[in-house]
Design a protein around this ligand. Structure first.
Ligand SMILES: NC(=O)c1ccc[n+]([C@@H]2O[C@H](COP(=O)([O-])OP(=O)(O)OC[C@H]3O[C@@H](n4cnc5c(N)ncnc54)[C@H](OP(=O)(O)O)[C@@H]3O)[C@@H](O)[C@H]2O)c1
Length: 353
């Protein structure tokens, strides 16, 4: 995120070939349980003038993130809820089409919280300029963007993996989990991933270099604790949790002494209509003198440049493999969102608009 040294003074630059209307996805109702198509509405509106310091961006890829489900709820968590009738909040990558900020020019590629819409507006100091020659746009949004930074800081700063240790990660074939596992491998750990389905598990081992994979949808792995025990005979030194629920409970049962449990997210609980299921195995933290700690990626804003540079270097060196699942068309927002919960996608999920 850039912070301007001087107040923006440039006049607005003239847009070229930019639509005069904007299609947006609004939150129409707060979902109860799994979001329904009727909870959202696609509308077309005219464009408003920019204020001084603002930038208009033609979005190309909109990030679909599990956190969006939490933002639809009325209660505030780490960020205020999306208002009913407001544009659904989302990160996106695209090109500047109009700028009233002195550091941004037409054609610049930027990432920011631009919402689920074709033309987003944000203050320039809340946008991050990225270099489109480094990687394709969906990769800049995913493995080199929010997902990769989440993996980088969550694993290295909170999980503190040491060479030779066993790192277990859930939702391992997803945007965050796939990078967590690969960083763990790069720093010399034994890596075990949990994913849904045989082909995802094969992908973890054959394409991403994981040492072992557990299919949480396979009937024989109904006993998740046994499956983790078999795959992690020396215990789990770092468990990077993306899913919560029963899988978190099972992982807590197989911790090594001094283990670190990183609470990144709990997608299995995001649509819970009643109480969120908490871990019952937590006393094993005492038995194993282990710790469990949550984190938020945006607390590391000061170090985004460090994380992004390292991830880009691993990508360039062929050490980081990335996958993106792209759904085309803003009108398919709800269908695409559902893939996060069904798991019918591989890698980072994004909407091309
Ligand atoms: N703390 C932070 O600052 C921060 C920042 C970004 C993301 N996150 C969290 O990181 C996690 C991963 O996010 P992502 O964007 O990378 O999503 P993702 O992993 O690409 O997609 C979600 C995956 O979760 C799995 N899943 C869905 N429902 C499940 C269930 N009931 N039980 C087990 N697995 C389930 C599915 O994979 P399978 O098919 O393999 O089951 C699905 O593909 C989320 O919990 C998210 O909230 C946290």
């Amino acid at each position: 995120v850039t912070s301007p040294q001087n107040p923006p003074t440039r006049p607005a630059e003239k847009p070229v070939g930019v639509p005069v209307t904007n299609r947006q996805v609004l939150l129409r109702a707060r979902p109860v349980g799994l979001p329904r198509a009727e909870d959202f509405e696609l509308v077309e509106r005219g464009l408003e003038d920019l204020s001084l310091g603002e930038v208009r961006v033609r979005a190309r890829y909109i990030s679909l993130d599990p956190a969006m489900r939490g933002w639809m709820n009325a209660r505030r968590s780490y960020i205020r809820p999306v208002e009913v009738g407001g544009v659904m909040r989302a990160a996106a990558i695209g090109q500047v089409v109009l700028s009233r900020h002195h550091q941004f020019h037409i054609g610049d590629t930027v990432v920011g919280m631009l919402g689920v819409q074709e033309l987003g507006v944000a203050p320039g100091d809340q946008l991050l300029k990225v270099d489109p020659s480094v990687a394709p746009l969906p990769t800049l949004l995913g493995a080199l963007g929010g997902n990769g930074l989440t993996a980088y800081f969550g694993l290295l700063d909170v999980g503190c993996p040491e060479p030779g240790e066993t790192v277990l990660v859930s939702a391992a074939a997803g945007g965050v989990g796939s990078v967590v596992g690969q960083i763990a491998r790069i720093v010399g750990c034994r890596v075990v991933g949990i994913a849904g389905g045989a082909s995802k598990c094969r992908h973890l081992i054959e394409d991403l270099g994981f040492d072992a994979a557990i299919d949480h949808k396979a009937p024989k792995h109904g006993d998740m604790r046994r499956a983790i025990e078999d795959a992690c005979p020396d215990g789990v030194h770092v468990y990077f949790d993306n899913v919560g629920g029963d899988i978190l409970d099972a992982a807590l049962g197989q911790l090594a002494v001094g283990a670190r449990v990183v609470i990144c997210g709990a997608i299995s609980q995001y649509n819970a209509e009643g109480r969120v299921a908490g871990p019952s195995n937590y006393l094993n933290l005492m038995v194993k003198r282990a710790r469990m700690e949550g984190f938020l990626t945006f607390d590391y804003q000061d170090r985004y440049a460090e994380g992004a540079a390292q991830l880009a270097a691993w990508l360039a060196a062929g050490q980081l493999v990335t996958r993106e699942h792209i759904v085309i068309g803003i009108e398919r927002f709800h269908d695409a969102l559902m893939l996060l919960f069904s798991g019918d996608k591989l890698g980072k999920l994004a909407l091309e608009v």
